[in-house]
Design a protein around this ligand. Structure first.
Ligand code: NAD
Length: 289
């Protein structure tokens, strides 16, 4: 056995996101130059949660960066589910709106599933509508969940071979674990989906050529859980005493993994970028451009 340590690439997700945003900006500028309207994302914020407000601002800034339009509908925290759905339906009818994103979490008493189901699937750029999830399951998605899309883009742009690879996904949520498992499977990886009841998680992870951690348990994945040369995508973000920590012990993974995404400047910037890409896709499909 060789004692040579694996050189680990710590992926700069922000730099990658900026590259893709430049590509998107070029596409959008062609429409603007031809005198056409540019793609438009509508964001709906219910209540005054500072974190949600800051996420919305980040998405609006990202739209501006690529030349897309962003409009905001801000409703009071006291709004009823019917009032929120009414706003979503107005945006559905508005021809100048291509994508609709309802910022989660919603105040108590408002069902995120009911609100998501009210979004026109053609404008479902945050991929929360059951039709969007169904299309991914059937293998013909045009729009899909942003964090999984961003993670796949990282794997592709790092040249990670997926066909025939053993992929292990920890976490089975509707927004990350399930969709990324389907995406990896559609690329011919052999996928194992793990969760809180999985036995021998460490041993399962040790078989992974591609390991995706989307859990929310700080540093759950230790260095000795990682197969030498594996590609590791750390989606998890936990706040420990004001410090952000991922699901993977990044330092422990260095010298073992081939690539790893850090919990800061990793998957996060790619998530918003995929929201922009979904909005451009929705615009193209709606306008026939
Ligand atoms: P979730 O809480 O909906 O799902 C967590 C999953 O982890 C569940 O399926 C559960 O079964 C599994 N799990 C919990 N404890 C476990 C354990 N000890 N061992 C194995 N599996 C376990 O979370 P989510 O919405 O999928 O998010 C997961 C993490 O990813 C969170 O930290 C979240 O903040 C982060 N996240 C980051 C981004 C980003 O853009 N960077 C986007 C979405 C989510």
């Amino acid at each position: 056995m060789s004692n040579t340590k694996q050189e680990t690439i710590v992926v700069d997700g922000l730099a990658l996101a900026q590259d893709i945003r430049k590509e998107l900006a070029e596409e959008v500028s062609k429409y603007a130059a031809a005198g056409k309207r540019v793609p438009c994302l509508a964001v709906v914020l219910v209540g005054d949660d500072p974190a949600s407000a800051s996420y919305i601002k980040g998405k609006q800034r990202a739209c501006a960066q690529v030349g897309m339009e962003a409009i905001e509908r801000h409703l009071p925290a006291s709004s009823s589910q019917e009032e929120v759905i009414q706003v979503v339906e107005e945006l559905n009818r508005d021809d100048a709106v291509d994508g609709i994103l309802v910022q989660l979490p919603l105040p108590k008493g408002i069902s995120p599933n009911a609100v998501a189901a009210a979004i026109d699937p053609a404008k479902d750029v945050d991929a929360l509508h059951p039709n969007t999830a169904g299309k991914l399951l059937l293998g013909n998605p045009t729009i899909a969940a942003c964090t999984p899309l961003g993670s796949m883009e990282i794997l592709d742009r790092q040249g990670i071979e997926l066909e025939g690879a053993n992929a292990v996904v920890i976490g089975r949520s509707n927004i990350v674990g399930k969709p990324i498992s389907l995406m990896l499977q559609s690329r011919n990886a052999t996928v194992t989906m793990c969760h809180s009841k999985t036995r021998n998680l460490k041993e399962v992870c040790q078989q992974a050529d591609v390991l995706v951690a989307a859990v929310g348990v700080p540093r759950l994945v230790k260095g000795d859980w990682i197969k030498p040369g594996a590609a590791v995508i750390d989606v998890g973000v936990s706040n420990i005493d004001g410090k952000l920590v991922g699901d993977v012990d990044t330092e422990g993974a260095k010298g073992i993994a081939r690539i790893i995404t850090p919990h800061r400047r990793g998957v996060g910037p790619m998530t918003i970028t995929m929201l922009l890409r979904n909005t451009l896709t929705a615009y193209r499909e709606r306008t026939g451009e």
